[in-house]
Design a protein around this ligand. Sequence first.
Ligand code: SF4
Length: 414
Amino acid sequence: MLGRLQSYEMTDDNTQADVIIINTCGFIDAAKEESINTILDLHEQRKKDSILVVSGCLTERYREEIQADMPEVDIFTGVGDYEKIDALIASKQSTFSPEVYLATDTSNRVITGSNYHAYIKIAEGCNQVCSFCAIPSFKGKLHSRTLSSIVKEVEALITRGYYDFSFISQDSSSYGRDMKMSNGLISLVKGIEKLSGIQSARILYLYPSTTTFGLIDTIADSKVFQTYFDMPIQHIEDKMLRTMKRGFGENKTIALLEYMKSKPNAFVRTSLIAGHPEENEVYFKRLCDFMQSFKFDRFNTFSYSNEETTSAYTLTQVPQETIDSRAQILGNIAEECTLDSLDAMIGQSYTIVIDGESDEHEYLLSARPLIWAVDIDGEILINDTSELSITYGKTYEAKITQRVGTQLLATLVV
Ligand code: SF4
């Protein structure tokens, strides 16, 4: 959208903006609530005669209801019209295209927040049928971009100084299947790693039943792609994986995870759902035991959210207080796993990128090892620059010296 609005000046001041665009999320209750509160808050703060635009998954999913219930909003649009945002604002028209928008290599991107890292959308939609997930109902079936379109976009960003990329979609390991590519993601890794000027890349959101051992080998062998495996498993117990319609059982899921972990310097991340219907104490204990023993580098837990249009919607629900307490137990295990992963880094050297001064203290610099994903896996603090001259957004070698609480400290290596 920002690419279409380059004649506008950006402001952080809500009260002064002539146009406010809120791109919503609407896939679980917590996200819907946050989106609606943001709309109401910004409407309160905005100046007279400004234009309030609401787009994204929430408006796409609840198109009729939200237009009827939120007269505060001037323009509604869903997930199909991002390229038309300038025309929508000019005409003050609401529009909902039937097709989900997918970036192209000619889309004029404006990237905020980083001068060296960019997300690259490789596909939209999803062909999986996970019992708890409403995303395919409003994003539709898998629709991949061509490899040449992705390569051209990355090349164009490299010429603008970007060198670190995160490739994303709802189910990245299915990339290209709708275009009859049998190993689409392997082709993508091989196509991207050939580009000169790219230094680092990672893939987010692998799906177990479409992730192959060959893909794991290709990522691990790449000189550009980090040995970073982000594969949401949601659960591990066989019966629960069947109820969740995940396509893969416990043994096959564990075999993939073990193979990922066997790769040198692998970083393995996942996410889980606590309290899905039919999760009893025995199944939950199996999940906890597995999470304690496997030692993921990071994992997130989502409390089950009962969503209309999903197949789990009509199943007998786990009481909310049980869901909450299970999410808390898994959260505690996740904290232990994160600390173990951080401790394993002490004494090692990593290529890191310095993002700026730390919020913790003006004498500390905030940095991220390139193997970690942006804004997801945390930061490390540089407390000794070895008198090197520092440029934000550039890479350095750093040795991790100690952990203080949940923070790693590091020294730049001369
Ligand atoms: S893989 Fe499952 S959870 Fe992810 S978007 Fe597709 S249906 Fe939803």
